[in-house]
Design a binder for this molecule. Sequence first.
Ligand code: PEP
Ligand code: MN
Length: 262
Amino acid sequence: PGQETTRVRFGRAGATASVGGAGFTVIAGPCSVEHREQMLQAATAVREAGAHALRGGAYKPRTNPYSFQGLGPAGLELLAEARETTGLPVVSEIVDVRDVELMAAHVDVFQVGARNMQNYTLLRELGRAGHPVLLKRGLAATVEETLMAAEYLLDEGNEDVVLCERGIRTFESSYRFTLDLAALTVFKERTHLPVIVDPSHAAGLTDRVIPLALAAAAAGADGLIVESHPNPAEALCDAGQALPTSRLCELMGRLEFAVAAA
Ligand code: PEP
Ligand code: MN
């Protein structure tokens, strides 16, 4: 506490948002871009729910190499189309330095996933790529290691960095990851960067997402990134934790205390 939070602005003409400073920012959308109708339906639902930006993975770092790996460049096209139709800026994960240029042309924020938090080559490249970066805490990274990873981006001259607590690996196995809201408070003490929380990957189950999201907002997060899907039962990735549109709307309503306080 005591530090002014830096405001990170993102997007392009007709589709802009910001995180940090004033406001509580909600980024929502499917784990992965699956096909045109799914993405456009998801994007429309995100806008109608009142969220501020859209997420969707075109490159998916899956545990199992035979699981759906994302649509790649075709997914990026669909994300750009979704931005066009909704006016929502787009956040998407990058997993390979070779994709920087193509992704920069299609998406507004580079997401660095938990599995790549310490990919320093990728971080240095993104430090020079000219887009904001959403840096997710590694599955087993300390707060200090996370801040040092952010430092790689800052050191290359990119000051538009958003940190994300998404749960860490602990001995507890009755849910997917342990959401570390204490770390959120330490991030807020130690840095001026905005800090958002991903309740979805920690929860691993739809019914647990809203409680964790509300706790994060109450604990002082600058926003959320949350998975939603027009038809969770058919999702190709992280189906069990996606909020259907009705629950996304419910969440936005219950977050009014945070949005209103901003
Ligand atoms: C995701 O956002 O879909 C994702 C893979 O997240 P994480 O890197 O936090 O596991
Ligand atoms: Mn996911």
